[in-house]
Design a protein around this ligand. Structure first.
Ligand code: V47
Ligand code: SF4
Length: 377
């Protein structure tokens, strides 16, 4: 696939609006909200894949990134009760609340080559900012080189307010104790009315955006997510991405955008049918096209499963997250096919190569560590 194929669309007799969008992509200019909506509503998969691929090629060529990482989920005891969540103690058959010592044991047992630990979980009423600062500084003592990507804006909002600090003070304190970057969780859908229905007690969209903006201003980069396929519509998704695109224009602090498909296992929204794979691929492609100022689009394989993660590489995805090491339960508890998500580096490399792409191991800030072209093992 190359820009000749895109030129073909521009020169062919597809509808004018689609031609115009293809031209915009070809000339690297930005599409509008209405154009984004048209892509969602009427764009056929081949066309969307072609446009998304053009942008992916410009940003990262044929390379697909992965990282050696693992998660720690400190607890699933939560002050909130989001309707879509199968993970919190309200719905999960399991309940856990690790001590700092138990989490340090997890760190000791993990792959010594891992570059990143992703720490996120539920909003526990008693795990405060001092608790997490202590945890981070102890992890850094054990493994000084590891990157700590931790605490969604929802967890951060709760503990920073409780400590009577402002966003800047709270983030500065955690940064001084080892926090390196922030994961993208808690964004869900920014629309107030939908948020009230699916996560009424969770912190607001504004708070999520403010925390990320403050972090970016301090040099703490972050990710952004969007939970889709529940009760939202396409306009809500586009408006969500518009807010992210505007923030990224101001700060350039987002590393990656991660669409998260609603999984209906064992939660209050179990009656909602999950969207199909074409809808997933459409969503990847439209977000790749709309978020022109995001360098990376992540296909989170513990959620999609491995085969659909491979397919997503033809719809704009350039990053498959990591080896994970069977350390997260968010998606297995919600019914994902990946019950114990873990991949060795060779499996990851094989998966990417099967999709005719070039595996590139990265660090948390997307510096390339090793490109594994077809001659290397
Ligand atoms: O905010 C919870 C989602 C998120 C369900 O930054 C669900 O690299 C689908 O943010 N169906 C937390 N999604 C996970 C997260 C994340 C994941 C991977 C990588 C990164 C990153 C961040 O999980 C929550 C919510 O949007 N979630 N329950 C569910 N039933
Ligand atoms: Fe708690 Fe997060 Fe689940 Fe909401 S999504 S109930 S905040 S763990």
């Amino acid at each position: 696939m190359n820009s000749d194929s895109l030129k073909y669309i521009i020169d062919s007799n597809v509808k004018d609006a689609f031609k115009q969008i293809a031209e915009k992509v070809f000339h690297k200019s930005r599409i509008t909200q209405e154009e984004g909506l048209l892509l969602y509503e009427k764009g056929e998969p081949g066309y969307l894949g072609l446009l998304a691929e053009q942008i992916k090629q410009e940003k990262s060529g044929n390379e697909v990134y992965y990282i050696r990482n693992f998660h720690i989920e400190p607890t699933n005891i939560c002050v909130n009760k989001c309707c879509f969540c199968s993970y919190s103690h309200h719905f999960s058959p399991k309940k856990w609340n690790y001590s700092v010592e138990e989490m340090l044991e997890i760190v000791k047992l993990q792959d010594p080559e891992a570059k990143e630990v992703h720490i996120t979980g539920a909003v526990h009423p008693d795990k405060d900012i001092y608790y997490f600062a202590g945890l981070f500084s102890k992890i850094k003592k054990l493994r000084p080189a590891i990157h700590i990507k931790a605490l969604s804006a929802v967890e951060l909002g709760y503990m920073i307010k409780k400590a009577k600090m402002n966003w800047h003070q709270g983030l500065k304190f955690l940064q001084a104790n080892g926090l390196d970057s922030i994961p993208g969780g808690g964004a869900e859908i920014f629309n107030d009315a939908i948020r009230k229905k699916i996560c009424p007690t969770k912190s607001s969209a504004n708070e999520w955006l403010e925390i990320h903006e403050t972090a970016h201003q301090m040099g703490i980069t972050s990710n952004a997510t969007m939970l889709y396929g529940h009760i939202e519509n396409y306009r809500h998704r586009i408006e969500h991405m518009q807010l992210l695109r505007d923030l990224q224009d101001r700060t350039n602090g987002f590393n990656a955008f991660i669409p998260l498909k609603f999984k209906n296992g064992n939660n209050e929204l179990t009656g909602i049918r999950e969207v199909n794979v074409l809808e997933d691929m459409r969503n990847y492609a439209v977000s790749r096209i709309f978020l022109d100022n995001f360098s990376h689009l992540k296909g989170y394989w513990p959620m999609t499963g491995k085969p659909f993660a491979q397919l997503s590489l033809s719809f704009g995805v350039d990053d498959l997250d990591g080896t994970i090491s069977d350390s997260t339960q968010i998606y297995s508890l919600a019914g994902s096919v990946e019950k114990n998500p873990a991949m060795t580096v060779s499996e990851m490399v094989e998966l990417i190569r099967q999709a005719k792409r070039v595996p590139a191991e990265r660090d948390s800030l997307y510096h390339t560590m090793e490109v594994r072209n077809s001659n290397s093992s």
